[in-house]
Design a protein around this ligand. Structure first.
Ligand SMILES: *Cc1c(COP(=O)(O)O)cnc(C)c1O
Length: 404
């Protein structure tokens, strides 16, 4: 069978829901998690067989929600490289540092994973159009995949979200609006709009169950790429937190499948000091975060003042013995430049935040020198051209390039 999806489950109460109709949140307003018949997956698929499949995230189709392969909407997403960073890692005292580089995925950010799986399943369930507030990258990815699937899309984003993401939405034919505010203001506008429209599914972060399923494949890939072993630590830039919730879910599923052993990586949620609600809640010992006003960071993807799934992010970090760290924009830019100079790769500020956190956790001793550490670079630096200043001489036509 292509998918062994069995049902959906409320992430707070465990109550079951039918997976074969369009669902949003549970009755009490909590995200729904997809559950699979893992006993049957274990019996039918050996992890060795996965290696023989095409190099995209659909290689894990038994534990993805799309039932009919004809509904798969793909642009080749998944199986991004897990790059060693020997020069940079050595310089910060973490010689076994690896970077999962999501900059190489369609649309240039890992939002493509959630969009590919979410749009495919929406199409399978008969949805005609999707609607969402976004900090930019998710709106771009969902409009692109919606176009490919023949669905409409309605997107609202803050006016100062990265400009390239607007252009991506427009190119894909999305109905796009800008708002003078943050992502929560965009969310309120989408909610009100949908009260007056039919045929739309609201697909904002965690309000539909399948974006997590797309993003969890990062966890499967990290284990597969390491020969079905897991690293000691994984650092993730948490906005809505879908990626870290997904990676945690992947680790637990793989344990149940017998694909990995008993230890799971310590998961670290990284935020910016200009928007640290989850980090604050972690250190205050709380199970949920508090809405922050006036948040700001150049790492736009993690400017989320209050995440619906904050309790799941906190659970993922605590249950795995992980932690939560906030880093400054100055530190983010410093690591972005340092990595590009040392390894040649230009990453997004959200990815650079994970490097700043790695440096800090190594300095404090929380990460030991011998440990294998994976940072998620969630997007391409090319989407954030303003992170690099250009100050180079312009030569007259009859000028000379100076001798070395
Ligand atoms: C959306 C985004 C994030 C945060 O992802 P969540 O799943 O919301 O935590 C991190 N980095 C980039 C580049 C993003 O676009």
């Amino acid at each position: 069978m292509f998918s062994h999806l069995s049902h959906l489950e409320c992430s707070r109460t465990g109550t079951s829901y039918d997976a074969d109709v369009v669902q949003g949140l549970s009755e009490i307003g909590a995200p729904l998690l997809a559950r699979y018949d893992l006993d049957r997956v274990r019996a039918e698929v050996a992890r060795e067989e996965i290696a023989t499949r095409p190099a995209d995230l659909w290689r894990y189709h038994e534990i993805l929600p799309v039932r009919d392969p004809a509904h798969v909407t793909t642009l080749g997403e998944g199986m991004t490289p897990l790059l060693p960073l020997p020069a940079y890692g050595g310089s910060i005292g973490v010689p076994r540092l690896l970077m999962k580089d999501e900059g190489l995925i369609p649309t240039g950010t890992f939002k493509a994973r959630g969009a590919a799986v979410g749009v495919s399943r929406a199409r399978e369930l008969g949805v005609k159009a999707v609607a969402m507030p976004t900090n930019g990258n998710a709106g771009a990815a969902w409009s692109v995949y919606a176009a490919r699937a023949g669905l409409g899309s309605l997107v609202v984003m803050p006016a100062d979200a990265p400009e390239i993401t607007r252009r991506e939405c427009v190119a894909a034919g999305a109905e796009l609006y800008l708002v003078d505010g943050l992502i929560n203001h965009a969310g309120a506008l989408v909610k009100a709009a949908l009260e007056e429209r039919s045929g739309y599914q609201e697909v904002s972060t965690l309000k539909e169950p399948y974006r997590i399923e797309g993003k969890k494949t990062m966890g499967y890939e990290i284990a597969e790429q390491l020969g079905w072993r897991v690293p000691d630590v994984i650092l993730y830039p948490a906005g809505g937190g879908v990626g870290i919730i997904g990676i945690h879910k992947a680790m637990l599923e793989m344990q149940e499948l017998g694909w990995i052993g008993e230890t799971v990586p310590r998961l670290v949620a990284v935020q910016a000091t200009g928007c640290p609600p989850i980090v604050d809640a972690f250190h205050a010992g709380l199970d949920e975060s508090t809405l922050r006003e006036g948040t700001h960071t150049l790492a736009f993807g993690i400017n989320v003042p209050k995440a619906l799934g904050d309790f799941l992010v906190l659970r993922a970090t605590r249950e795995t013995g992980g932690t939560a760290v906030a880093v400054s924009d100055e530190a983010i830019l410093g690591e972005l430049h340092a990595l590009a100079a040392a390894e040649g790769t230009w990453i997004c500020p959200e990815g650079a935040a994970c490097l700043a956190a790695t440096r800090e956790l190594r300095e404090s001793g929380w990460i030991a020198e011998h440990e294998q550490v994976v940072v998620l670079n969630t997007g391409a630096g090319l989407k954030y051209p303003e992170t690099i200043d250009i100050d180079v001489p312009v030569l007259p036509r009859d000028g000379r390039v100076p001798p070395t």
